[in-house]
Design a protein around this ligand. Structure first.
Ligand code: ZN
Ligand code: FE
Length: 256
């Protein structure tokens, strides 16, 4: 059995700690910090086998060095990020396959937020660890990737089974929900999701993982086809990518 512990750190980051009971293997996704991860490892008497990095930003790799020093874990990251993620042990490319215990993990290139961003896909669950590519009701900002790249990455996510659980790296759901509602004020799924997440956040519970079905129903960056959304940004019947680019620009300047 594979379990996921959600560790909230910094302002709004999540570190995900994966443990396979059968093999006793453990991996951590995007450790912004080492200490909260080491605390749980100690408490559970788990050793750390892998760090899975999605991209090079400090709030995703900040704990790498200390975790490797304390646990001798192996750092997995995109080969193309070798120049900006120190001490990679397993440099991966799109299409590579890893295993945690007997669980197969596909490495998926998902550029856009950064040029070499990758995701970790557990097709047998199904789970996706997508870093800062998709957020619940939102998507990552553009740093050194392009809007076109991000759009293609999101198209791949859209093609997954609707029951895929999506583990994003930030708790941005409510802020994203305000933007989503400004575009589709009549979207009942969005209204309901905001109500549900508001209740969760009041109890300091994470709104993640999300699932693809909910995102398809509420996330404006997956909803270029929505006529209400198109009318609200005055881009009726434009191409999906053009609508996406406009949405990404509007979100950058959206004041909630
Ligand atoms: Zn980032
Ligand atoms: Fe981030």
């Amino acid at each position: 059995m594979l379990t996921v512990k959600i560790i909230p750190v910094l302002n709004d980051n999540y570190i995900y700690l994966l443990h396979d009971q059968h093999s006793n293997q453990t991996a951590v996704v995007d450790p912004a910090l080492a200490e909260p991860v080491l605390d749980i490892l100690n408490e559970q008497a788990w050793s750390l086998d892998y760090i899975f990095n999605t991209h090079h930003h400090g709030d995703h790799i900040g704990g790498n060095r200390e975790l490797k020093k304390q646990t001798s874990c192996k750092i997995v990251a995109a080969a193309a990020d070798s120049y900006r993620i120190p001490a990679i042990d397993i440099a991966v490319n799109h299409g590579d396959v890893l295993h945690l215990g007997e669980h197969k993990i596909d490495i998926i290139a998902m550029p856009g937020h950064t040029s070499h961003h990758i995701g970790y896909h557990f097709a047998d669950k199904p789970w996706l660890f997508c870093g800062d590519t998709l957020f619940s009701m939102g998507c990552g900002r553009l740093f050194d990737g392009t809007a076109e790249q991000l759009w293609h990455s999101l198209q791949w996510i859209k093609s997954l089974p609707a029951n895929t659980l999506i583990y994003c790296s930030h708790e941005y759901t409510l802020a994203n929900g305000k933007f989503a509602l400004s575009l589709e004020p009549n979207n009942q799924a969005t209204q309901q999701r905001i109500a549900k997440v508001t209740a969760l956040r009041q109890q300091s519970q994470p709104s993640l993982p999300t699932n693809l079905a909910d995102e398809l129903a509420t996330n404006p960056f997956l909803r270029e086809h929505s006529s209400e959304l198109q009318a609200n940004i005055a881009l009726q019947d434009a191409q999906a990518m053009a609508i996406f680019i406009k949405l990404r620009q509007l979100k950058d300047h959206f004041i909630s």
